[in-house]
Design a protein around this ligand. Structure first.
Ligand SMILES: [Zn+2]
Ligand SMILES: [Zn+2]
Length: 360
């Protein structure tokens, strides 16, 4: 029996309760969590923006230690430190055959998924995004478990599993920021802060952080932002003012709202690139007129999981951590217990803080 945070239904408060896990079967691994980040996607599952089968154990940004492995698992052994990959690729669908593993058609199909049971009534619980990391322990399919590279503390490693792969990938894979380019980052949460750090690592000459809250300026500047803009109706104009009237080369939107996507696009130069990382709802309509699409010659791209291949990217990220370029602990603004997750959700809705990290 272990404690876990369970989403019972859309719109209901999270339930912190005891669950029972099965022993790992063939191709499965049991992991004792060390830390798990509270990501906006967890909130999106509870408020219905994203839909998955419920009730479910939430949490998808985790790291921990292998407790035991089932038959046929050879890439990790008990005692190993691991990062959880919530979107394992199948290797055989069309996207995977193109090497675009972040778009794997089967990433959330739940192949090999392990269902825990609520201890009180023995009811079945889905693993929210494959890995069910808001629990003291979890049993997962072996392909969701990646060894933690040397030199990365396990507590920090949790963030690699979602926020950092996403933010780093937005800059390096999706927008492909080159040295000397100017970048605007919209939304200074966990992913936004990782994006700012990635832009710094890429050698961006100017990094403009944008957020509705004036209180995040210090956090943004510590991550590498050179300028800070409190979001308003004049944000795009302010950004043009900071870039010789041109607009930035690259905008990364980490919010997922129509108005922010539109502003991000407007704040880029002619020919600029906008990458949308934020996950918005179906009610968020972004509009463009035909003439402006032609005139500005800009690009607007979606970005899933940072367009990353976790197996290839984790060693690269670890190298940045070891060299001191990537500061994972700087993304965390709060260390909490499982019981603190509902309050962390409230803070996200209110736009407060960076990443809240559950430490077990
Ligand atoms: Zn996430
Ligand atoms: Zn696939």
């Amino acid at each position: 029996m272990v404690r876990a945070a369970v989403c019972t239904a859309v719109g209901s408060p999270l339930e912190i309760t005891d669950i029972d896990l099965p022993e790992p079967g063939a191709g499965q691994v049991r992991v004792k969590l060390v830390a798990a980040g509270v990501c906006h996607s967890d909130l999106s599952l509870t408020n219905g923006t994203m839909r998955l089968p419920l009730p479910a154990v939430l949490g998808h940004e985790g790291a921990g230690t292998v407790v035991s492995v089932g038959e046929g698992v050879t890439h990790v052994a008990p005692g190993d430190g691991v990062v959880l990959n919530w979107a394992p690729s199948c290797g055989s669908c069309h996207a995977c055959s193109l090497g675009e593993v972040w778009l794997c058609a089967n990433a959330l199909a739940g192949a090999g998924n392990v269902h825990a049971k609520r201890s009180s009534d023995r009811s079945d619980l889905h693993p929210g995004l494959n890995v069910a990391a808001f629990a003291e322990e979890t049993v997962v399919a072996a392909n969701t478990v990646l060894p933690v590279p040397d030199g990365v503390p396990l507590t920090d490693a949790a963030l690699l599993g979602c926020a950092v792969l996403t933010g780093y990938g937005a800059i390096h894979h999706s927008a492909q920021v080159k040295e000397g380019e100017t970048v605007a980052v919209y939304g200074v949460g966990g992913v936004g802060l990782a994006t700012i750090q990635a832009a710094r690592i890429a050698g961006a000459s100017k990094i403009i952080a944008v957020d509705v809250s004036p209180e995040k300026e210090e956090l943004a500047r510590r991550a590498g932002a050179t300028d800070y803009v409190v979001a308003s109706e004049t944000t795009a104009r302010e950004i043009r003012g900071l870039t010789g009237k041109q607009g930035v080369d690259v905008a990364v939107e980490c919010v997922g709202r129509a108005v922010t996507i539109r502003t991000a696009w407007e704040s880029t130069r002619r020919g600029g690139r906008t990458t949308v990382v934020g996950i918005g709802g179906k009610d968020q309509q972004v509009t463009f007129n035909a003439l402006e699409i032609f005139h500005w010659g800009r690009t607007l791209s979606g970005c899933v999981y940072g367009n990353s291949n976790p197996e290839q990217d984790l060693p690269v990220l670890a190298e940045h951590v070891r060299a001191g370029r990537l500061d994972l602990s700087a993304l965390v603004t709060e260390h909490i217990s499982l019981d603190g997750i509902p309050a962390a959700f409230d803070n996200m809705v209110a736009g407060k803080g960076g990443r809240a990290l559950v430490v077990f």
